[in-house]
Write a protein of this length. Structure first.
Lengths: 267, 267
C-alpha cells in the first residue's frame, strides 16, 4: 500500500470535496486515504445544546471534532469548505422522519448549528496498512451499519440507541484491529463488541439498517465499532422538528491527517 | 499521610456537603482528601449551548464532569446532592458583574443549566501523597488564582482569557508534579506553565485575582495549572444577563474517588 505525502493527501481531500460539491455521489470509504472523515448532524439552534450534550455524554459514538455555530458553514477542519455542499449526500429530517435525500443542502442552513463527529472510515487506512482487509472497500460497497438495543445516555430531549458499523476481520487479526483502532478514540476508537451480533440485538448481519450487506468469509469474525450514525437514531427516536445529517457512509472528508488523532503518536 | 478507605472518604464528602448546606463557609482545598472536587457554572438555558461549547473547545481549563439540564439540581457525581446549596459559597452574576456572594443559591435556579468542571484541588491529594507540599493547605489559605493574557477559544457569544491556579513547588519536584497531575486530565491535568508569571501576563504573584496571596520559598518554582474559574472570566468579558458560579476555591465536593479520573490507573 502506497502512502502519499501529507500534501498530496490533502490535495486528494480537497479534490474529493470539490467533486462532491460539483455533484459526484457515492460513499466515501477509501476516498482520500489517510485523511480524517467526519459525520455531520445539523439542528436548529434551539436543539443545539441537547445534541452537543448528547455527544458529550456518548463520546464513544459521538466524538466531536468540530462545531459550527449557527450561520457558519466552513469547518476549521477544512479551510475553504462548505458543509452544506461538500458531502456527497444529505438526509433531511422532519419530526424524526427522513423526508428527502439531497446532494446539496444549501437551502436548509438558515439557523442550523453543525456538529462534525469522527468517522471510523478514518482508521481504515491504518488497518489496511497493517494488512487487515477492509471488505466493503474491496467490494466497492458501503460499510454495513446496524441499530443496536444498547441505549445511549439521554440528554435533554434526545434519547436513542447505539448504532454500530461492522467489519469482518480474520480471527487471527482481531487483536491487531483492536489495538490499531484503539489508538484513534476521536474516530470511535476500539470496537464496542466482537463476535456476537445477537448480543447487540442485531437479528441478521445480512440486513443492515444502513449501508450495504456484508460478506463474512470463513475464519472471519464480525467486529463492531460505535458509529456516527448514532445521532440519526436519536433523531428518529426523539423527533426534533428539523435536522440535516450526512447520508450514512457519505462523509465530510477533511484536511486533517489521520495521524493527528492518533493518541499514541505511532502513526 | 493516612489514606482513608473509599467508603470513609465518601462519608467525609457527604458530611462536607451537609455542613455546607447547613451554612458552613470556607474554601474546600484539603476537604475530604482523595475525593474529586468540581467548579460550578450555571446559566439560563438560552446560554447553555455557548457555555458547553466553550468548555468543549477549552478542555484543559474546562473539563466537563457533569451537566445538569434545566430543572435538575442533583448531580450524578454525588447522589442526594443539591447543587444549589451544597457548595460553601456562590457568586451571582448579572450582565457580567458579580452582584452578590451567597451561601445558598436556591432562589436563583429557575431554568439554569449547570456545568460541573473538574477542579485541581482533586490532584492535591496525590501530590501530598508523593511528598510534594501544597502550600495553601499548609497555611490554611485559599489557592491563589490569576487571570492571564492567554485567550481561550471563543464559542458563540462567549470569549475570555485563561485563568490559572498557582502552587509553588520545590525545583527538584517540579517534574514529579508534572507527571502526577498529568495523570488527571479531567481535573486540568499537567501544568500549562512553569516558572515565569510574566509570560502569562501576570504582573505580580503577590496580588492574585482570586483566592489568597502565595508564599513562595527559596528554591521553589511557581507552577501554573489551568483553572475552573476560567468560565467566570468569560462571564466578565461576555456579559450574559445572568449566571451563578461557585466562589473561587469554594467547590462542589463529589462522591467520586480521585482515582477514577486517573487515566493511567496508577492510583
Amino acid at each position: 500500500m502506497v502512502r502519499l505525502a501529507p500534501e498530496e493527501r490533502r490535495r486528494e481531500a480537497r479534490a474529493a470535496r470539490a467533486a462532491y460539491r460539483a455533484g459526484r455521489r457515492g460513499p466515501t470509504s477509501g476516498v482520500a486515504p489517510g485523511m480524517t472523515q467526519a459525520n455531520l448532524v445539523a439542528v436548529p439552534a434551539d436543539w443545539a445544546f441537547d445534541v452537543l450534550l448528547y455527544a458529550q455524554r456518548n463520546p464513544r459514538a459521538c466524538p466531536v471534532l468540530d462545531v459550527l455555530e449557527a450561520g457558519r458553514v466552513e469547518s476549521a477542519l477544512a479551510p475553504g469548505s462548505d458543509v452544506r455542499t461538500d458531502l456527497p449526500a444529505y438526509l433531511v429530517f422532519r419530526d424524526g422522519v427522513v423526508v428527502e435525500e439531497v446532494p446539496d443542502a444549501t437551502g436548509y442552513w438558515d439557523d442550523l448549528v453543525t456538529l462534525l463527529i469522527g468517522c471510523s472510515f478514518t482508521f481504515e487506512t491504518p488497518l489496511l496498512a497493517a494488512g487487515i482487509p477492509v471488505r466493503h472497500q474491496e467490494l466497492g460497497r458501503n460499510v454495513p451499519m446496524y441499530r443496536t438495543d444498547r441505549p445511549c445516555a439521554p440528554a435533554g430531549r434526545l434519547r436513542g440507541d447505539l448504532v454500530v458499523s461492522m467489519r469482518p476481520v480474520p480471527a487471527d487479526r482481531v487483536a491487531d484491529a483492536v489495538a490499531i483502532t484503539g489508538r484513534f478514540p476521536a474516530v470511535h476508537g476500539a470496537p464496542v463488541h466482537v463476535g456476537d451480533p445477537a448480543a447487540l440485538g442485531i437479528a441478521s448481519l445480512d440486513s443492515p439498517d444502513f449501508g450495504d450487506p456484508p460478506v463474512v468469509r470463513d475464519g472471519e469474525v464480525p467486529v463492531f465499532w460505535a458509529c456516527g450514525v448514532t445521532p440519526q437514531a436519536a433523531l428518529f427516536a426523539s423527533r426534533p422538528p428539523f435536522a440535516v445529517t450526512h447520508a450514512p457512509g457519505h462523509m465530510f472528508v477533511t484536511d486533517v491527517l489521520d495521524s493527528e488523532y492518533d493518541v499514541t503518536g505511532v502513526s
